[in-house]
Design a protein around this ligand. Structure first.
Ligand code: NZQ
Ligand code: ZN
Length: 387
């Protein structure tokens, strides 16, 4: 096990009716906030009304900025920064999923920064300050509700890039599983693929003797795999929605990566896909993760055998070591298909036209991934396996 520092300060407020606490929780930081949300699902579900009632009750003044799109964009972030500066806002409340939260984080970083906020995404420039943010989560998926990351697309050049800082962890995140009842089946499945990918990015490591985190990863993977079919069949099943929502946070709050080197190659490749083709992030991962696995599994067969046996109950003596490992990958791919997700680029109408562009962009600064370092040629091969 490697040395590590684990520091996750996000206060998680979990369960039924918890969104009604948002006003009181917000007053701990500010009474002049930006209320940030997406394309309207929160109005349709009635959540918007409950959030503004709670804010009003606690005498929190709010300015609204809606219209965050999935794969959030830099122009909306800049608009938010201008609104906050003009109104002297010093807290952002994100009500939505990863896209809204990431947009809120970007605005939080940009308010007091003299340059252009893209500087933090384009290079590894250190984030010195950010105004605090709070979250009411509506979709278990990205894990941004307790993560240090924010992912934004610059429409100029279609670069989807991330930045990371402890300063970006939300102060609090309100997680009411009932808020995910209204998710379309497709979004539920996309969320599952993202949660699973956040775990596999950490699980597939060459670091030795990380038994506790291996088993925490396996438990979280199994929880998602067991509960997604139930939530898809019965969207209003509280228990399965609760298991999935908590798994989504655990999968990406850094706990499962402690003491080990994580990979992130599949995410880097997927971000090129969703930047250019505007796919849902989870949809892109359902295509890329199995392709990545097929490309790298011989790098550490024992780890892939462990995944197959412990997560998908494949028989340890399934024909051969290689076939056991491959069977785990096949079963993951099957799980994605059964959840209604595409597993090939052709399923979403993408051909090899822009493979060269995507492979160049994601390796232009350095090789990606850690389990196996990937250069442009490797990425091209993975994209071809995904075709
Ligand atoms: O915009 P609205 O109308 O709210 O609709 C959203 C959106 O269309 C809808 N939705 C959300 N909650 C709903 C709902 N519809 C009905 N009922 C509800 N309860 O779902 C759609 C997708 O929302 P989005 O926020 O885009 O989903 P997700 O949470 O998957 O976020 C994806 C973004 O997060 C980034 C991804 O790259 C992508 O841009 N990621 C962020 C990470 C982080 N900050 O740590 C890590 C991840 O790896 C990921 O890269
Ligand atoms: Zn992700």
């Amino acid at each position: 096990m490697d040395n590590f520092i684990f520091q996750n300060s996000t206060k998680i407020i979990f369960g039924r009716d918890t969104e009604n606490k948002v006003g009181k929780e917000t007053t701990k930081y500010s009474r002049n906030i930006l209320l940030h949300y997406g394309g309207g699902s929160i109005k349709k579900s009635g959540l918007y009304q409950r959030v503004i009632s709670s804010l009003k009750e606690s005498r929190v003044k709010f300015t609204e900025l809606s219209g965050v799109k999935p794969n959030p964009v830099l122009t909306k972030v800049r608009e938010g920064i201008n609104i906050c500066r003009k109104n002297k806002i010093d807290f952002i409340l994100a009500v939505g999923g990863g896209s809204v939260i990431d947009s809120a984080k970007a605005i939080a970083v940009g308010i007091d920064y003299e340059g252009d906020v893209w500087d933090f995404y384009d290079s590894e420039k250190e984030i010195k300050d950010a105004v605090p943010i709070g979250v009411v989560l509506t979709i278990p998926a990205a894990g941004s509700e307790a993560s240090t990351g924010s992912v934004i697309t610059n429409e100029d050049g279609l670069y989807k890039r991330y930045c990371n800082s402890l300063k970006l962890r939300p102060k609090f995140s309100i997680l009411n599983p009932i808020l995910s009842f209204t998710l379309p089946a497709f979004q539920t499945a996309c969320g599952a693929a993202d949660i699973i990918a956040h775990i596999t990015e950490r699980y597939f490591t060459n670091t030795l003797k990380v038994d506790l985190t291996d088993r925490l990863c396996e438990a979280t993977l199994k929880t998602v795999i067991n509960n997604i079919p139930i939530a898809l069949r019965k969207p209003e099943d509280y228990d399965s929605r609760a298991e999935i929502m908590w798994s989504g946070t655990i999968a990406h709050n850094d706990l499962l990566g402690t003491g080990r080197v994580s990979d992130w190659g599949s995410h880097d490749i997927e971000h090129e896909l969703s930047a250019i083709y505007d796919l849902a992030h989870g949809e892109g991962l359902a295509i890329i993760v199995p392709a990545w696995m097929k490309y790298v599994f011989k790098t550490n067969l024992a780890r892939f055998v462990q995944f197959a046996v412990r997560v998908f109950n494949v028989d340890q003596n399934f024909e051969s070591v290689e076939k056991t490992a491959m069977e785990g990958i096949n079963r993951l791919e099957e799980f994605f298909k059964e959840s209604g997700l595409p597993t090939r680029l052709k399923d979403v109408g993408i051909s090899d036209d822009r493979f060269d562009e995507m492979a160049s962009k994601c390796t232009e600064k350095k090789e990606i991934g850690n389990f196996k370092k990937l250069n442009k040629e490797d990425v091209l091969k993975i994209l071809n396996l995904a075709l």
